[in-house]
Design a protein. Structure first.
Length: 213
């Protein structure tokens, strides 16, 4: 007797996946003119987290990413990147370039952490909720970075972009929800450890960083 096979769950298309994500998060679904322009907006405290897909040109090879991102007013010049380990990571370690160590061996086997301030980076990444959300994904990149020069001319140097992204178009509702939750959890943690101001980014203001926090 053959075993009964469970019916596979049909994969949502991009628009339905974004709509379901907005409903799950009690967020706002914003329809684009094309489905590729659809977005999910979540207001969390002073920050607006936007989930979308975007195309980034890498030379002759444009790549599509699914990305959740928010801008925040920083209190210090801090950048960070958490990315999946690969062959280049291992080569860099052979030549003495090691990522931040946080004492979580399981996490460090899967991901590497690069940051501009080790005490601040360690304080951020010691949060178990952040690591849990990252480890629950097959692959992603979490990044806190400066804005491009053109945008810094308008906002000053005190605004940072906090983003979670992965290559390709993600249509799994659970993963999309976790991308947004990871951005929220990171912003909350930055606020708690003194790395972010509890205020929205205002277009009419120019921000500078405090020399000491």
């Amino acid at each position: 007797m053959s075993k009964l096979q469970a019916n596979p769950v049909p994969e949502l298309n991009r628009r339905k996946a974004f709509q379901a994500t907005a409903s799950d998060l009690d967020a706002t679904f914003v329809a684009g003119k094309l489905r590729s322009g659809d977005q999910v907006h979540l207001q969390h405290g002073p920050w607006r987290v936007i989930l979308a897909t975007c195309v980034v040109n890498h030379g002759q090879n444009p790549l599509t990413y699914t990305r959740a991102r928010a801008f925040y007013v920083a209190r210090e010049d801090f950048t960070l990147r958490v990315s999946r380990r690969n062959i280049f990571t291992r080569v860099a370690e052979i030549f003495g370039s090691h990522g931040l160590r946080i004492g979580d061996q399981e996490f460090e086997r899967k991901y590497t952490i690069k940051n501009s301030n080790q005490p601040r980076g360690r304080s951020l990444m010691m949060n178990w909720r952040l690591r849990e959300l990252i480890m629950g994904e097959p692959s992603l990149r979490l990044e806190i970075r400066r804005l491009p020069w053109g945008k810094r001319r308008k906002t000053g140097d005190g605004v940072r972009a906090m983003a979670v992204q992965t290559i390709g178009v993600t249509r799994e509702q659970g993963r999309l929800v976790d991308y947004v939750r990871l951005v929220v959890a990171t912003l909350d943690r930055l606020l708690k450890i003194g790395g972010a101001h509890d205020e929205p980014v205002a277009k009419s203001r120019t921000y500078t960083l405090s020399r000491r926090v």
